[in-house]
Design a protein around this ligand. Structure first.
Ligand SMILES: *Cc1c(COP(=O)(O)O)cnc(C)c1O
Length: 356
C-alpha cells in the first residue's frame, strides 16, 4: 500500500501537554492522523498520513443517519527504558474486522494498517506521554460516507486513526467503584450487535449511565436482555468474579464485547495456575455469594482502565458490599501484572508487547 505523506511544518506543530494531570480523557489530539478511503470497485485507496484536522463530510453521509461504523481503542506506552510499545495490536484490528463483517463495512489488511499506524506513531512519538500511568490512546474508526439517505449498504467508506495522549484512568488512585445493576435498560440483545465495537451500542447505553450517576453510582452492571438474570458487562468493560478462589467471567454469547484485556486476564490467570472459567453467571448467584462470603472480589477489565475494582453492587434498591469494600489481592495482582507488562516493568511471558 502506498501511503502519501504531508506533515505539519515546524511552525504549525503543536506542543504536547507538559503534564497529563488535569487533561480530560480524549480531549487532546496529536499533530497527525492516518486516513484512507474505500469505494466499490476500487477497494482501499488514497492512504495518507496528514495533519490532524476536520473531515469534509456532506450532511447526507450515511453514517450520520444510520450509524454504519466501527471503531477500536488501543494504546501506545512508553516503557521504563524509554521505548514505545503497543499491547497486542493485531487483536484490535482482528476485532475491527469482525465488527466490520457485522456492520457490512470493508475489512482491513491487518499488517498494512499496523505498519502505517507504527509510521504515524513514529512521526508523533513526542506525543507519547511518559509520566506514570499515562499512554497515547489510539482510535481507529471506519465510517460509511456515501452521500445518500436511503437505507442500504454504503458504497463508500472512510477509515482514520487519531491519537490522544491520556493520563492515568484513576488520577485519585486505584479505588473500588460503586455499581448499579440496570433493571430498566439492556445493552445488547441476542442476534444484535453487542459483540461489535460500533457507535450505536454506546449511544444506547448513555441514558442508563446518566441515571446511575445521578444516583451516585459510577457505572451500570448490564444483565442479559431475555431473562434479565445473567450478568454480561459493567459499563463498557468486561466483568470478572472471584468465586471460591476461581476466576469466573461471563461466557461470550454474542451480546458481550470480546475484550482483549478480558482475554489477557484469562490467559494470565491460567498461566498462574488459577482456576478460570467462562460460563453464565446470574445476579442471584453473585448476591448470594457476596452474602455467604464465596464471592470475594469483582473487577471490570478494559483498555482504558485496565482493571477496575468493584466495591459495591446495588440491585433492587439494596446495596451489597464486595469483601471489605477494598481492592482485593487477585484484582491488584492482575492490575500490577498487566500494567507491568505494558510499561516493561516485568517479564512478558506471552510476547504481548511489540515495539513501534
Ligand atoms: C472496548 C470494550 C470492552 C473492553 O475491550 P478491551 O479490548 O479490553 O479494551 C468491553 N466492553 C465493551 C462494551 C467495550 O466497548
Amino acid at each position: 500500500m502506498e501511503v502519501k505523506f504531508s506533515a505539519r511544518s515546524a511552525e504549525q506543530l503543536k506542543i504536547p501537554p507538559a503534564s497529563m494531570s488535569g487533561v480530560i480523557f480524549g480531549t487532546v489530539f496529536s499533530d497527525h492522523m492516518f486516513c484512507m478511503e474505500w469505494e466499490e470497485g476500487k477497494g482501499w485507496h488514497n492512504a495518507e498520513i496528514k495533519p490532524y484536522g476536520p473531515l469534509m463530510l456532506e450532511p447526507s453521509s450515511m453514517v450520520l443517519h444510520y450509524a454504519q461504523m466501527s471503531f477500536e481503542g488501543l494504546k501506545a506506552y512508553q516503557t521504563d527504558s524509554g521505548e514505545h510499545v503497543l499491547f497486542r495490536p493485531r487483536e484490535n484490528f482482528k476485532r475491527m474486522n469482525r465488527t466490520s463483517l457485522r456492520m457490512c463495512l470493508p475489512e482491513l489488511d491487518i499488517e498494512e494498517v499496523l505498519t502505517t499506524l507504527k509510521k504515524l506513531l513514529r512521526l508523533d512519538s513526542g506525543w507519547v506521554p511518559y509520566e506514570a500511568g499515562t499512554s497515547l490512546y489510539i482510535r481507529p474508526t471506519i465510517l460509511a460516507t456515501e452521500e445518500a439517505i436511503g437505507l442500504k449498504v454504503s458504497s463508500k467508506y472512510l477509515f482514520f486513526i487519531i491519537l490522544s495522549p491520556v493520563g492515568p484512568y484513576y488520577p485519585q488512585g486505584f479505588n473500588p467503584v460503586k455499581i448499579m445493576v440496570s433493571e430498566k435498560y439492556v445493552r445488547a440483545v441476542p442476534g444484535g450487535v453487542g459483540y461489535a465495537k460500533t457507535g450505536g451500542n454506546y449511544a444506547a447505553s448513555i441514558l442508563a449511565e446518566k441515571e446511575a450517576k445521578e444516583l451516585g453510582y459510577t457505572q451500570v452492571l448490564w444483565l442479559d436482555a431475555v431473562e434479565r438474570r445473567y450478568i454480561e458487562e459493567v459499563g463498557s468493560m468486561n466483568i470478572f468474579f472471584l468465586i471460591n478462589e476461581e476466576i469466573v467471567t461471563p461466557q461470550l454469547t454474542g451480546s458481550i464485547l470480546p475484550g482483549i484485556t478480558r482475554m489477557s486476564v484469562l490467559e494470565l490467570g491460567k498461566h498462574w495456575g488459577l482456576k478460570v472459567s467462562e460460563r453464565r453467571v446470574s445476579i442471584d448467584e453473585i448476591l448470594k455469594g457476596l452474602k455467604d462470603g464465596s464471592v470475594t472480589e469483582i473487577f471490570g477489565s478494559g483498555t482504558a482502565a485496565v482493571i477496575s475494582p468493584v466495591g459495591v453492587l446495588s440491585y433492587k434498591g439494596e446495596e451489597c458490599q464486595v469483601g471489605n469494600g477494598e481492592t482485593g489481592p487477585i484484582t491488584s495482582r492482575f492490575y500490577e501484572q498487566l500494567t507491568g507488562i505494558q510499561y516493561g516493568k516485568v517479564a512478558d511471558p506471552f510476547d504481548w508487547v511489540e515495539s513501534i
